[in-house]
Design a protein around this ligand. Structure first.
Ligand code: TYM
Length: 328
């Protein structure tokens, strides 16, 4: 039997380079590997765990599927679907919540971060975020999860839930692993932390045109260019080099490293090269996106088919778990 892959992206806004390099690149790679059956969803239920706008969500849960298609995810090879359309995710999440303690969930770094960001909105749904993720993954018994580095603590919880369920109820859940990409941690343009939807100025969107990319990069902090020595690992300059490495050929990258070492780097040149390279990668995405925007019926049919296929697979697992837990 083929191994299963599951991944998802929340529906709260436009996708950025972090989502693309950390998640979608890995999703594409596994889609094209015939050893795997791939399922990719829009995590619209997880979008409800932080403040959101109802109309925006209604739009975005479809837009993310269009982004997937534009990025090269192919409904002929992958099942593309919307999390909330498949009730088995929620049902399994409830069953899983009976084996996880509140204390464990409260200690997760990702939970603590969200509490800091939205102190007024520390809901049960937010606490339950990783449990729902476990249900998303294990309802398909997926064992390879293409997500960025920031998701590692969540995947650890998924493994723990799988172990507990197997021990306590004799289920056969795999212990999934994160599928890593070279861009598993895309830094912010602001010189500190990671590229993130919720931090203005930190990201480049997949739909940005060349002028926008240039102006965003122009604002990225650098130094005098006279530091010399090794490239710093963090800060504005370090982050720019990390991005450069992800987008340009090795010779070009090495040339800028040498320029830096020899104190003759010109950041305006480097940013220009980087902007062109990013845009070259995004252009086919943007063109393909137009096609799907102009053909809404095609998109609707793809979503309808994907939602149906995903539910069929998930039903089996939930029935099995309910039997083992004494509910059937
Ligand atoms: P979300 O929407 O926050 O992030 C979507 C994906 O983008 C990756 N990512 C990054 N990767 C590298 N560098 C960055 N700066 C960067 N920023 C974001 C994230 O790691 C993620 O892969 N909880 C998930 C959604 C989800 C899910 C799932 C994923 C719900 N259920 C089941 C996998 C399996 C999330 O954080 O989405």
């Amino acid at each position: 039997m083929k191994k299963r892959v599951l991944s998802g992206i929340r529906a709260n806004g436009r996708l950025h380079l972090g989502n693309y390099l950390g998640a979608i690149k890995g999703m594409l790679e596994l889609q094209d590997n015939s050893d795997y059956e791939t399922l990719y969803m829009v995590a619209d239920l997880h979008t409800l765990t932080t403040p959101y706008d109802v109309e925006e969500l209604r739009k975005n849960r479809r837009e993310i599927i269009i982004d997937y298609l534009a990025a090269g995810l192919d409904h002929g090879k992958s099942i593309l679907f919307q999390q909330s359309s498949n009730p088995y995710h929620i049902e399994l999440a409830y069953l899983f919540s009976t084996v996880m303690t509140v204390a464990k969930m409260q200690h997760l770094p990702t939970f603590k971060e969200k509490v800091k960001q939205h102190p007024e909105n520390v809901t049960i749904a937010l606490l339950n975020y990783p449990v729902l993720m476990a249900a998303d993954i294990l309802v398909y018994k997926a064992d390879s999860i293409p997500v960025g580095l920031d998701q590692e603590p969540h995947i650890e919880v998924v493994r723990e839930i799988a172990r507990r369920m197997n021990q306590d109820f004799g289920t056969y859940f795999p212990e999934p692993k994160r599928f890593k990409t070279p861009g598993q941690y895309v830094p912010s343009l602001l010189g500190e932390g990671k590229m993130s939807k919720s931090i203005e100025g930190s990201f480049i969107n997949l739909i940005d045109d060349l002028a926008t990319i240039k102006s965003k990069l122009a604002k990225a902090p650098t130094d005098s260019g006279l530091e010399g020595g090794n490239i710093p690992e963090t800060g504005g300059v370090g982050n720019l080099f990390t991005l450069l490495k992800l987008f340009v050929d090795k010779e070009i990258f090495v040339k800028f490293v040498i320029d830096y070492r020899e104190k003759r780097i010109r950041y305006s040149d480097m940013k220009q090269v980087l902007a062109d390279a990013i845009f070259a990668e995004l252009k086919p995405f943007q063109e393909k996106r137009k096609y799907f925007e102009e053909n809404p019926d095609v998109v609707d049919q793809i979503i309808k088919d994907g939602n149906k296929k995903a539910s069929e697979i998930a039903r089996e697992t939930v029935e099995e778990v309910k039997k083992k837990m004494g509910l059937l």
